[in-house]
Design a protein. Structure first.
Length: 291
């Protein structure tokens, strides 16, 4: 009996930490899809770019993966601004961002994956750090540092962006840009510029999320496909544009997957997680904390 209780507690704690990681990888989509109404299905590919940036920094230069991600974060921000500018000129300016705009991001996903295969091959890549492997024990509960560190990084990202969006002029403009662009223009704010900044921020989060990913598990170029459905499910479940809702949804799915994998086998985990999504949206279509 005590063994079952210990197993249950550890599964819940692991799910909580895994949910923090899910929040990190979903944060960028919460900005692009939740606030800007841009369906960036290529976001997992940018996360994978962050993983390989952390891999290069760690293996070539001996830098901690998280520090390597912080160093390249400005480059990811500029990459995001460039990607939005191309998207705007080619599609959004002509009010053609539905199917063709979606194909643009699908093309980015495919090109990024092919480029990574040509550059790194299809072998799995890992990083080395002092916190990969050890655990902190509190009685019967073990906290794997390889899950705890990404959880802490995710919480810093969420809190930092929430403060930026709620307490700065640009942040409030980002929240308003998808709702009332005329009001923004009356306040002397250029909606295109605001969207470019917001999309840059969404891609910048991929740098740190990618470092968290390669800390948790080895990566290879096609692994980003595994996260497309889960990321959008978390954002929709939490409520579009709601960071707190996104975190609650991520933690809910993380705990559900951990409990299912522990007691019923890992093959059932995705089915249970998406079952929770369907039930929640049936009861509350706008999500947990939907706008």
């Amino acid at each position: 009996m005590d063994g079952s209780v210990d197993l249950l507690l550890n599964a819940i704690v692991s799910g909580l930490l895994l949910g923090g990681f899910y929040a990190a990888v979903s944060l960028g989509v919460s900005i692009s899809f939740g606030l800007l109404d841009i369906v960036n299905i290529a976001h997992p590919a940018f996360i994978l770019l962050g993983s390989y940036a952390a891999f290069i920094g760690n293996t070539v230069f001996g830098i901690d993966p998280i520090l390597a991600a912080v160093i390249v974060l400005p480059a990811f921000y500029l990459l995001g601004m460039l990607a939005y500018q191309v998207y705007y000129v080619a599609f959004e300016r002509r009010d053609d961002q539905s199917l063709r705009g979606l194909s643009f991001f699908f093309g980015l996903l495919f090109i990024t994956e092919v480029a990574l295969v040509l550059s790194f091959g299809v072998d799995y890549r890992t990083v080395q750090a002092r916190y990969i492997g050890p655990s902190i024990s509190f009685g019967p509960i073990d906290l794997p540092l390889r899950l705890l560190v990404p959880f802490l990084v995710a919480m810093v990202m969420v809190v930092g962006l929430q403060l930026f969006l709620s307490r700065t002029f640009i942040g409030r403009a980002v929240q308003a840009v998808a709702q009332d662009q005329l009001a923004l223009r009356l306040m002397a704010a250029n909606p295109v510029k605001i969207k470019r900044i917001a999309f840059g921020l969404s891609i910048a989060t991929a740098s740190l999320a990618g470092a968290c990913l390669i800390i948790i598990q080895p990566v290879e170029p096609s692994i980003s496909r595994e996260y497309i459905g889960r990321i959008f499910a978390i954002v929709v479940l939490g409520g579009l544009g709601s960071f707190p809702g996104m975190v609650i949804a991520a933690v809910t799915l993380g705990i559900a997957e951990s409990l299912t994998a522990t007691f019923f086998g890992p093959s059932w985990a995705p089915a249970v997680a998406f079952g929770i999504l369907l039930v929640t949206l049936a009861v509350r279509p706008s999500g947990i904390l939907g706008r």
